[in-house]
Design a protein around this ligand. Structure first.
Ligand SMILES: [Zn+2]
Length: 88
């Protein structure tokens, strides 16, 4: 019961801080050699194309780990004492 009350005092949403990605970050990693595509924000196609080209250059490397990263923030709701402590 106490856990439910505590959960009601906080809200979870996307991170909105300056510089935080607005869209998920997509990346592919070869499970054979560990090489990575690099991250792209909001677009998965570059990681997919990278994986296809990587197999083209290394025909035995055919499995990849797709990594999708989003950033979240937990914020106090109205009535949570932390809300007033953090107010500008
Ligand atoms: Zn590889």
């Amino acid at each position: 019961m106490r856990a439910i009350i505590k959960a009601a005092e906080w809200t979870l949403g996307p991170e909105t801080a300056e510089g935080a990605p607005k869209e998920p970050m997509y990346e592919a990693e070869c499970t054979s050699c560990g090489e990575q595509s690099g991250c792209t924000e909001g677009e998965r196609l570059p990681a997919e194309v990278w994986a296809l080209k990587h197999t083209g250059s290394n025909p035995a490397h055919r499995t990849f780990r797709a990594v999708i990263t989003s950033f979240w923030r937990v914020s106090p709701v109205e009535g949570n004492p932390y809300r007033e402590l953090e107010a500008p």
